[in-house]
Design a protein around this ligand. Structure first.
Ligand SMILES: Cc1cc2nc3c(=O)[nH]c(=O)nc-3n(C[C@H](O)[C@H](O)[C@H](O)COP(=O)(O)OP(=O)(O)OC[C@H]3O[C@@H](n4cnc5c(N)ncnc54)[C@H](O)[C@@H]3O)c2cc1C
Length: 391
């Protein structure tokens, strides 16, 4: 039987960041069901330049975005980004970069290996996994991390939490754009995207990603049908694109559930999408997966050294402080947006003009500081009063 201090299920950004941050001397194994780290791509990789800088992600792994357009059926707003530039990631490159650091740190990464089940034993738990050739084998570990994303593989196997039933379902087409890409990201809302939204993200190395996502079961629309209807000659002409055939088609799932602050279940801990860290407003979760994955790696190191769970509880509290309040408001917006009509989207897009850059970024990031909420509300009220006086 294989043995390690920490077994991590899932080699996405969360699981790899845990392995990367464990102190040397703490042994770890990552089981990852895909054949390769970072492929297939299941995300669009939109994030923020400042977070990537703070996390030390090398610049060649992202493309900087300094303009954002919001488009609905009858409203269009374009905003410059100066303090809050966005970044579109080379997702495969980033995940491989974190994976390489984890391996340098001593982690053993077993690709093509699926976690199946786990049972408690003295001093930890024994997990059963299946390798690509169909062989099952066991791994004993002191701690077990669920970083399996939407699958919640460990939590469901041990009956700790069910797999989420309300989920964002996305599909994306990747294109090579030899003539070069712009620095403008586009978010698409309205009658063709009800219950979700679409995006055009120029990425690194002259690539462009067009995607759509919807929340199921709120709507039963197929994202495949939506993207097929979206990418037409008129769409290309409107956005100044000459797309040709995509070189890759991606699909992915993300939980769309209220934030649940319980992360530590004895020796089982969850992180990343398995802990619902992605923003409820736009479903952005990579930076949180890396930041809190690293925090968990450090906490696990301390817990193992001290022989007690207090550092893990500190990780749980740090996440609660960061997410619980903001995501409560974010989830309310998520539920409201899922019921928006085309004219609600037109009004919502028009409102973006009244926000400062900082407020707009905060909304996209699901950061609802009390002062900002009051200021935004006051602006809405002032706008409505002005409109009623002038009409
Ligand atoms: C369509 C779409 C678009 C998105 N766009 C953005 C975006 O623009 N920006 C952003 O920041 N975030 C975005 N997200 C969210 C982002 O992808 C996630 O928040 C992030 O990937 C979470 O990382 P993770 O490591 O927790 O989970 P994942 O990236 O899902 O990684 C978990 C890994 O675990 C593996 N796994 C699952 N079960 C098992 C098992 N039983 N055994 C072994 N391995 C297993 C999976 O194969 C998977 O690779 C998007 C998500 C989707 C679906």
């Amino acid at each position: 039987m294989m043995e390690c201090d920490v077994l991590i299920v899932g080699g996405g950004p969360a699981g790899l960041s845990v392995a990367q941050a464990l102190p040397s001397g703490v042994s770890s194994i990552v089981v990852h069901q895909d054949r390769e780290i970072g492929l297939p791509v299941r995300t669009s990789g939109g994030t923020w330049q400042r977070d990537m800088q703070a996390l030390g992600v090398p610049e060649h792994l992202y493309h900087i975005i300094d303009k954002i357009q919001f488009l609905s059926d009858h409203a269009e707003v374009e905003r410059d980004l100066s303090d809050w530039k966005m970044a579109v990631l080379d997702v495969t490159g980033l995940y491989k970069w974190i994976g390489a650091q984890a391996q340098e740190n001593g982690a053993q990464i077993l690709t093509g290996t699926k976690f199946l089940t786990a049972e408690h034993c003295t001093g930890g738990q024994i997990c059963t996994a299946r390798s690509r050739d169909g062989q099952t084998f066991e791994i004993k570990s002191k701690y077990l991390v669920d970083a399996s994303g939407v699958q919640h593989a460990v939590l469901t196997a041990l009956g700790l939490r069910p797999k989420p039933t309300r989920i964002g379902v996305g599909i994306e087409y990747d294109y090579h754009v030899p003539q070069g890409v712009s620095n403008t990201a586009v978010l698409l809302m309205g009658k063709h995207m009800l219950g979700g939204y679409g995006w055009i993200f120029p990425g690194p190395n002259n690539t462009l990603r067009v995607g759509v996502g919807v929340i199921q079961p709120d709507v039963d629309t197929s994202p495949k049908a939506l993207i097929t209807d979206l990418i037409t000659p008129e769409f290309e002409a409107r956005h100044g694109l000459q797309l040709g055939s995509p070189f890759r088609k991606n699909a992915g799932l993300i939980p769309s559930a209220p934030y649940d602050p319980k992360l530590v279940f004895g020796k089982i801990i969850r992180t990343g999408d398995s802990a619902n860290f992605a923003t409820p407003t736009v479903g952005e979760g990579i930076r949180q997966a890396i930041e809190f994955g690293r925090l968990l790696g450090h906490a696990l190191g301390k817990s193992i050294a001290e022989g007690q769970n207090a550092p893990l509880k500190a990780y749980e509290r740090a996440a609660r402080r960061r997410f619980a309040r903001d995501y409560r408001f974010g989830f309310l917006s998520n539920r409201r947006m899922a019921t928006y009509t085309p004219s609600d989207w037109d009004r919502s897009v028009a409102r973006v003009t009244r926000l400062s850059e900082h407020e707009m970024a905060a909304l996209l990031r699901s950061e609802f500081a009390p002062g900002m909420l009051v200021r935004t509300l006051a602006k809405q009220v002032a706008y409505k009063i002005r409109r009623s006086i002038t009409s």
